[in-house]
Design a protein around this ligand. Structure first.
Ligand SMILES: [Zn+2]
Length: 518
């Protein structure tokens, strides 16, 4: 998947989001290439120095490919050529206040200066298309309907009309980011029918939510342009199906939770932005499937068309990187928030984890690895700065772990296939082990019996339980592993078992973060 509209906010606002967490979340969601916006990093990316600083900040932190746009603000129009030549994939402009003062709106003057330069280089101008004119003020700052009225469809329509004119005049590729208003579609259709190089994206939140169901005070839904009503949403879907909207981008834009003002519920004060990069695929697939839209069109919207937009090919072909996403088209899951890897979510978990009382941290850690020695060392290593650091600390401790502690960790597992021994020493461990061993339940009796016999033989030979990181493995696969490991020498087998224990521990640390209650 290619997501050409994300805000990773580094350097400068890395407490909002960063390259490490943002790209980990993206990769977990199936995104293999994202393009980062020139804000809300600090400095904003409107100069060569800022672009270089961004590249330096990204170095070594990326889980997938990232490209950059630069920004058009009053005064930066003279830098457009050099920024494009330095590798910026396009130029982003706001026609209204961007939310941060150091990225002011571009006026027609800057647009007229920049667009011919972009046209010459065949690079797109990306526009936040809301042109502000008098609108009702909020009488109740907690009311979503009031917030919606402050940013009426007219803002989008006026901005798009203006951009179409400039597009016609300059021949510059013009891209409307996050279209929310379906009423703008006739304008867009006409411009495209005329042959103008106008492209349009929308976001999962406009395709999923509807204003009628947004409760007052629920500032987590605040974004601009705002989420409109369900009739509008239906028209956006129809426009997609008709080919009037080119692709989907997440506009992933996290902020610290306090800035969402959930306590007061004031839409006028809350930061606008929705953070869904990890969920684009499940959200859009869920809805597409309901509408009878197949994977091929989905791939067009999430991959082929956005890749083409930045001059790439997403095809599976000779010379291309094989960036493939596998996902279960039937699986369902509930989003709790804690499984999301972007900065704000993972930081929340780690802060609470660091401050847990001793007994409670011990209990959580022993559920990840049943060695008291390991758990104590992990507690000594607090505070952990991030989930990644927690994983690194786990490995550091493992590297120093004495043989007895390994035996204790391995001995804390129930025997695979032996239902009696599923009664584990650690309650949390038992629950998770039965989840990880779900492959067994589907196995036929004969395989189960052989697993049981092999398991006993293993215990007799090595003196501890057979441990394998069983997630996703079928009973017969486990049996095959068990029977081959039975032939190992004791020293070699302890090392194999320890490696499995490490892998299990990493999975459980991620699960701990995912299940964390806050
Ligand atoms: Zn954005």
């Amino acid at each position: 998947m290619v997501d050409v509209h994300v805000h990773l906010n580094e350097p400068g606002r890395s407490e909002w989001e960063g390259f490490e967490t943002g790209t980990a979340a993206a990769a977990a969601g199936g995104v293999t290439l994202a393009v980062d916006m020139p804000l809300n990093s600090s400095p904003v990316t409107t100069t060569l120095e800022a672009l270089a600083a961004k590249r330096r900040a990204a170095n070594g932190k990326l889980s997938m490919d990232v490209g950059f746009y630069s920004g058009l603000v009053p005064g930066s129009e003279t830098s457009v050529a050099e920024l494009i030549d330095a590798g910026a994939l396009g130029i982003k402009a706001f026609l209204c206040h961007s939310g941060i003062d150091e990225f002011p709106a571009a006026t027609e003057r800057e647009l007229r200066a920049a667009m011919p330069v972009l046209a010459e280089r065949d690079k797109p101008l990306l526009v936040h298309a809301e042109l502000v004119s008098p609108a009702p003020a909020m009488s109740n700052p907690r009311s979503y309907a009031d917030y919606l009225a402050t940013r009426p469809p007219k803002f989008e329509q006026d901005a798009i009309a203006m951009m179409i004119e400039l597009c016609r005049e300059t021949g510059c590729r013009t891209h409307i980011v996050h279209l929310a208003d379906a009423g703008s579609l006739p304008l867009i259709r006409a411009a495209r029918a005329e042959g103008l190089p106008l492209t349009v994206e929308t976001c999962p939140h406009y395709l999923y939510f509807a204003s009628e169901t947004i409760p007052d005070g629920a500032c987590q839904f605040k974004c601009a342009p705002p989420i409109r009503d369900s009739a509008n949403r239906e028209l956006l879907w129809q426009a997609f199906e008709a080919g009037d909207i080119d692709f989907i981008a997440s506009d992933h834009s996290p902020c610290p939770p306090a800035d969402k003002r959930l306590d007061e519920g004031r839409f006028d004060l809350a930061w606008g932005g929705i953070s869904s990069i990890q969920l684009t695929l499940p959200i859009v697939w869920t809805l597409a499937k309901q509408r009878g839209i197949g994977l091929q069109r989905l791939a067009q919207w999430l991959s082929v068309a956005p890749a083409r937009f930045i001059g790439r090919s997403a095809g599976i072909e000779v010379g291309n990187e094989a960036n493939l996403v596998a996902f279960d088209t039937e699986a369902t899951f509930t989003v709790h928030g804690n499984e999301l890897l972007h900065r704000v979510m993972s930081q929340k978990f780690i802060e609470q984890f660091n401050s847990l009382p001793l007994a409670e941290s011990n209990e959580k850690l022993l559920a990840c690895c049943g060695s008291k020695w390991w758990s104590d060392q992990m507690i000594d290593a607090r505070p952990h700065g991030s989930i990644d650091e927690l994983h690194t600390a786990a490995d550091d401790v493992f590297d120093r772990m004495p043989r007895d502690a390994w035996l204790e960790a391995i001995g804390s597992h129930p025997r695979i296939g032996d239902l009696e021994s599923l009664k584990m020493k650690f309650a949390g461990n038992r629950q998770w082990s039965s989840g990880e061993q779900s492959g067994v339940s589907a196995a036929d009796e004969q395989v189960l019996m052989r697993l049981k016999t092999g398991n006993d033989a293993y215990y007799d030979k090595f003196g501890y339980t057979f441990v394998v990181c069983a997630t996703g493995k079928s009973a017969s696969e486990m049996l095959q592993i068990l029977e081959s490991r039975l032939t190992n020498e004791p020293d070699a087998e302890l090392q194999t078992a320890a490696a499995e224990q490490r892998e299990i521990t990493h999975l459980r640390i991620d699960k701990l973060a995912a299940d964390y209650d806050h």
